[in-house]
Design a protein around this ligand. Sequence first.
Ligand code: C2E
Ligand code: MG
Ligand code: MG
Ligand code: MG
Length: 289
Amino acid sequence: AAKDAGRGVHRFYADAMHDQASERKAIEDALRDALANDELQLHYQPIVDVGSEHISGFEALIRWHRKSGEVVDPVKFIPIAEESNLIVPIGDWIIRTACASIARLGPGYRIAVNVSPRQFANEKLPSAIVSAVSAAGISPDQLELEITEGIFLDESPENLAMFQKLKRTGVRLALDDFGTGYSALGYLKKAPFDKIKIDQSFVLGAADPSSMNAAIISSIVGLARALGMETTAEGVETHDDLALIRGLGCSHVQGYIYGKPVSIEAALDMLRDNCGQIEARGFKSVRAP
Ligand code: C2E
Ligand code: MG
Ligand code: MG
Ligand code: MG
């Protein structure tokens, strides 16, 4: 009987894996048509200069609105786009769309786009960027590429060469989700980053005196400053965390306290209101008074 039960469990896992595989395949097939069917959209989340409380730019975050009405989260489909190499045409679309949006924001504002590992490894990336920037008639330093630490797993000469090629196009480079990966500190001096984005896992609840997050953020800010890089704290939700982050010297803040990702039209409205000066709305303190 024990043997039978064991076989049952085995079959359960096999079925579950099969379901997962066919779900992935279904997502991949639908994603293949998503571009042609206009189902992909970029939403824009404000990035705020801590000193002036003005919007300095936006991060572009992809959304997939399926015909069924379902909105698929990027964490669910970007990895599938990666594995199937669909990320290359989708990534090109993201870059061209973001550049067109930068042209609408006007000079002085930036948009950051996320670049995933396969996209980064594609040798045509620099030329795709150059042509998108020139088609939109923007300055290349208005476009920022966010690259996660995951890419550093492979500290190859090809990767370092790609960083240099991208830098030579004139775009800015940001190290995304800093602190969550292997934090290859050596790369910080080898790769020409302009900005470090401090992962939200360090930011959420940073003002709680019992957490070590404040000490970690403070060290990252010190490191970034010494290397001449800006810092953005991601995922700031509360007034307490904002006050703490301001005190620790982060140059930029991004999070629900200033706004969630919105359409390009809503982003343009934000810049028109108060000339881009923005008020921290967010949530009340999570700490007891
Ligand atoms: P990320 O680049 O670290 O983006 C930040 C994520 O945190 C976004 O989730 C954003 O909506 C969310 N966020 C921002 N502020 C707050 C906050 O105050 N509180 C909380 N709880 N969350 C906040 P989203 O849009 O779901 O994106 C998730 C991830 O998917 C991104 O992480 C990025 O790695 C990937 N992704 C999104 N768009 C793209 C894209 O266009 N291309 C690629 N390659 N990856 C993308
Ligand atoms: Mg990002
Ligand atoms: Mg991030
Ligand atoms: Mg993140």
